[in-house]
Every structure is written in C-alpha cells, then in structure tokens.
Design a protein around this ligand. Structure first.
Ligand code: SAM
Length: 286
C-alpha cells in the first residue's frame, strides 16, 4: 500500500504496470486483513482521509462527492418515483449517503460482502459513512450475487458500487448477475454499474455492456472526473428496460428539490452522457 520516500510516507497505486498515482500520507488510521481483501484507511496531506482495498484507491475525502453524487442522483432523478433501492458493494457508505438525500426513497438495502470495510469506514470515515445508521437503511453482509439469487423483492433502482472486476468483484460484471438484476427490477427499473476507465479499460467496458445487452433495452455509459483514479476520467453504466436517461429526465425535478450537491446538476446530468468519439466508437456495435 505505501512506500517510503526518504522519511516520507506515500500511498502509491500502480495501474496496469504502466502508470501510477501517488499521494502523500500523514498517518495510517487503520490497517486490517479480511477473508476478501486488505483494507487500509490513511490520513493524507491535501486529499483528506483515503480508503484503499488491496492497495487500490477506493475514495478520498477530497473528491468522493463526485463519484457518489453521480452514481446516485442520475438514476434517482430519472426514475419516475424511486422508493426501493438496492446497493451492491459500496461498503464505505457514500452511495447510501447520497440516496438518503431523496425523501421519497423508503428503503435502501446495501449488500456488501466485507464487514471489515463497513466497520472500518464507520470508525474512521464518518464523513462518508454518516447515513449508515439511518432507519431507512438495511445492511446485509453477503455476496451480492447470492442476495440477488435469493431475494423475492422488486427494486426501482439497483446500484452496483463495486470494486474492479478482480477478486470478489469479478462476478459483479458477469452475464448471469445482470440477468438476475433485470429480474428483480420493476418495469421502470434502472441499474447503474461502476464501469471503469475509458482510457485503460475499454475491453472491460465492452464486455460489461455485451453482458448486459440481452437483458436491457437502453444501455449507455456516462462520464465524470476524478482526482484519485488512473486517467482522471471515469465512467458508470446506465441500463434500463425503457426509461431514457435524457428523454425521461426532467431538470425541474432537480431544480425544485431541496437536495444539495457539489458536482451534480441538470446540465452535468445531460452532459455526462455525451461521449467522446474514442469512447463511443469502442461501443457502437453493442
Ligand atoms: N468507489 C469504489 C471504487 O474504487 O471502485 C468502489 C467502492 S466500494 C468500497 C466497493 C465495495 O464492493 C468493496 O467494499 C467490496 O468489498 C465490495 N464488493 C466486492 N465484491 C462484492 C460482492 N461480490 N458482493 C458485494 N460486495 C462486493
């Protein structure tokens, strides 16, 4: 996770053995090993507190609002009336925090495989995990695929806030998993998936959308910027049986809501779906 440079401590994430991201660390707040992964929480200089799973940066307090606002508010402002929401992964609680800003959401079920992530973030990352005790939130410590296999419930929005497609996160990018999610979504249902880097992960993005294609009529990627993931540009996948992220989006719903955001707004919502040619050309036959 960290490397010493002289007497200084740095977090250094090497990506695909070709590039790296470094952040200067003041001190380690937590370090633990679960059955699934190593979990580290560090206090950085300039980027607030940072969570790493297996040495991969999950979030920093400096920019996590962008990721969490874009993963949550895009589907919640497109779905006509989201009441039941399922989050798979997302153990830090940031996605749940943003969902809880929507008063119409009656219940969020968060299914996280690793209790260590949830507990460490409750203790050391309260700015992110602050809504985990909200009575509308139900936490299940379970593999997301097992949960979707066994649940009898129907959800309005499913958000797959997963790690990369390695280790326990790999199944969250698979075709059988997407088939099960489509079965537990209502007719207006929307699924959002963490869709990796447009620069480094175009093969993953293609495979992810090809795996979703049989079960969803509308499939689109949307983009946002990040300070702490390789390449600085990242993406989410939008999938639905018919509801369109632009055509069915009413900017007035955002303007008249009391929801306060630092990145998300109606113009960003629409602009996020405009893809540069190098991204859309990779996906145009799907
Ligand atoms: N924003 C993050 C990133 O860097 O991509 C992802 C945030 S969140 C910490 C991802 C969570 O997904 C992790 O805590 C991990 O334990 C969880 N996860 C991975 N595989 C899972 C599975 N099969 N079922 C449920 N949760 C899973």
């Amino acid at each position: 996770m960290d490397t010493s440079v002289g007497l200084e401590l740095w977090v250094k994430e090497i990506h695909q053995n070709t590039t790296g991201l470094s952040f200067k660390v003041e001190k380690t707040l937590f370090s633990g090993q679960s059955r699934f992964q190593k979990v580290d929480i560090v206090q950085t200089y300039g980027h607030g507190i940072m969570l790493l799973n297996d040495g991969i940066i999950m979030l920093s307090e400096r920019d996590e609002f962008i990721y969490h606002e874009m993963i949550a508010h895009v589907p919640l402002f497109v779905h006509p009336s989201p009441k039941q929401v399922l989050v798979i992964g997302g153990g830090d609680g940031g996605t749940v925090r943003e969902i809880m800003k929507h008063p119409g959401v009656e219940r969020v079920v968060m299914v996280e495989i690793d209790e260590l992530v949830v507990n460490a973030c409750r203790t050391h990352l309260s700015s992110v995990s602050c809504e985990m005790d909200n009575p509308r939130v139900e936490l299940c410590i379970e593999d997301g695929t097992e949960y979707v296999d066994n649940t009898q419930e129907i959800f309005d929005v499913v958000i797959v806030d997963s790690t990369d497609p390695v280790g326990p996160g790999a199944v969250l990018f698979s075709r059988p998993f997407y088939e099960k999610i489509s079965a537990i979504l209502g007719p207006d249902g929307i699924m959002i998936t963490q869709a990796e880097s447009p620069f480094y992960d175009h093969d993953i993005q293609r495979t992810m959308l090809l795996n979703q294609r049989p079960f969803f009529k509308k499939l689109q990627l949307y983009l946002f910027s990040t300070l702490t993931y390789p390449g600085g540009l990242w993406s989410f996948g939008y999938a639905s049986k018919g509801i369109c992220p632009i055509g069915d989006f009413d900017p007035d719903r955002v303007e008249t809501s009391d929801i306060s955001t630092r990145y998300y707004n109606p113009k960003i919502h629409i602009a996020a779906f405009a893809l540069p040619n190098f991204v859309s050309e990779n996906l145009e036959d799907i």
